[in-house]
Design a protein around this ligand. Structure first.
Ligand SMILES: NC(=O)c1ccc[n+]([C@@H]2O[C@H](COP(=O)([O-])OP(=O)(O)OC[C@H]3O[C@@H](n4cnc5c(N)ncnc54)[C@H](O)[C@@H]3O)[C@@H](O)[C@H]2O)c1
Ligand SMILES: O=C(O)C(=O)C[C@@H](O)[C@H](O)[C@H](O)COP(=O)(O)O
Ligand SMILES: [Zn+2]
Length: 353
């Protein structure tokens, strides 16, 4: 398997598909890492398969705070105590937390064993399960520790999404909006036309396929994020700072909400430095703020947010690095913005002085 390739399988019957795949691993020891929400809402779609029933399983409590070194250590201990070896297979079943954490655990246990992702949230299906970014939060910073390493197989089963709460659905939808912003006006128009209040699952499957294809196009060109893959990070320089800030101050903010808000600020910088069309900026900001929670930040907290951005993994020694857009479907990478420009961008959010 080349460093950036894996098998991507769409299926309507996850139990049969996974059972078929496991036949090819019949000689290896298999383990399951699953988050508690996936256990509650998804396991029944899989557990009819006898082979799966007898596989040792570790449940990681859901919640971003559990994407941690402690959870990684728990999973390493679980594998070690159950006799896993470097030929073993880890099956990650859950959202982006499990794909990131489980992918890292498998990539580092005995210097790396096989893993398969079975994403069960919209965000993990269109983003976290594909592309090989794995890791966990550390020292109050998002994804501070991790590796880029591809799974053997990713199995996408949209059936799982039918139990997803709207908050989590919107979180994944934000990453789809990001894909559209960096890729094409047509795709953005399709997403804007998608009715979140009456989900058409066959239309959703088409959109999922589109988003996965967009992500894969960037990953295949630059698997280790040396340059063009930074485009997939649009909205994240500010987004990750907001997410870490919210976590530190015990405020509710999902990854997708943070990215949606991050895109507003980074679109502002795109208008200022890349001549992104002002009228389109206003339109998109209105659309995003109508969907995502009004997460107001205080001007007095801008320095804390800026300090968090200084840890962004895209940065070199020149300062805070942004991916910006000259228009929908166009992008520039390695834009260094000053603290003053960042503060101006943060002014775009509803703030209380
Ligand atoms: N590696 C990447 O490329 C990448 C890309 C995007 C995001 N991420 C990471 O992914 C994480 C966010 O992922 P997420 O949005 O999936 O959050 P999550 O993994 O925390 O899952 C959200 C919630 O949904 C529950 N859940 C899972 N499947 C469900 C289902 N089918 N029905 C009902 N509930 C279900 C979970 O138990 C959890 O409570 C963040 O840590 C983010 O940094 C990684
Ligand atoms: O796959 C990528 O590359 C991305 O940037 C996808 C992002 O949506 C995702 O949140 C990723 O985990 C962020 O990467 P990071 O390197 O900023 O931690
Ligand atoms: Zn993201």
């Amino acid at each position: 398997m080349s460093p950036q390739s894996y098998d991507l399988i769409f299926t309507e019957s996850i139990e049969k598909e996974l059972g078929r795949i496991l036949e090819t691993y019949s000689k290896t020891k298999i383990f399951i890492l699953m988050d508690s929400g996936a256990q509650e809402h998804c396991w029944h779609l899989l557990s009819g398969n006898e082979k799966l029933q007898n596989i040792p399983k570790l449940i990681i409590e859901s919640g971003e705070q559990n994407k941690s070194l402690e959870s990684v250590a728990k999973a390493w201990t679980f594998l070690s105590q159950n006799g896993a070896n470097r030929h073993s297979l880890v099956i990650n079943i859950g959202g982006g937390l499990i794909c990131d954490l489980g992918g890292f655990v498998a990539s580092t246990f005995k210097r790396g064993c096989h893993f398969i992702n079975v994403p069960t949230t919209l965000l993990s299906q269109i983003d976290a399960s594909v592309g090989g970014k794995t890791g966990f939060n550390f020292n109050g910073l998002k994804n501070e520790i991790g590796v880029i390493n591809q799974p053997d197989i990713v199995i996408l089963c949209p059936e799982f999404l039918k139990t997803l709460p709207m908050k989590e659905f919107k979180s994944g939808f934000a990453e789809m909006l990001k894909h559209a912003m960096i890729y094409s006006q047509n795709y953005l128009d399709e997403l804007i036309a998608f009715n979140l209040n009456d989900i058409n699952y066959s239309k959703l499957l088409t959109l999922i396929r589109k988003s996965v294809a967009v992500k894969q196009e960037f990953v295949m060109k630059d698997p280790m994020e040396r340059d063009i893959r930074k485009v997939l990070n649009f909205g994240h320089t500010i987004g990750h700072a907001l997410e870490s800030y919210a976590h530190h101050h015990k405020l509710e903010l999902s990854h997708g909400e943070a990215v949606a808000l991050g895109m507003i600020g980074e679109l502002y910088l795109s208008v200022k430095k890349n001549a992104f069309p002002k009228d389109k900026f206003k339109e998109i900001v209105k659309y995003i703020t109508d969907i995502y929670s009004d997460f107001s930040i205080f001007a007095k907290d801008y320095p804390e947010l800026y300090q968090l951005m200084l840890h962004d993994k895209k940065n070199s020694d020149e300062g805070v690095n942004f991916t910006l857009l000259p228009n929908v479907g166009a992008y520039t990478i390695n834009n260094i913005c000053t603290e003053e420009e960042v503060f101006e961008a943060l002014n775009q959010y509803g703030k209380r002085n």
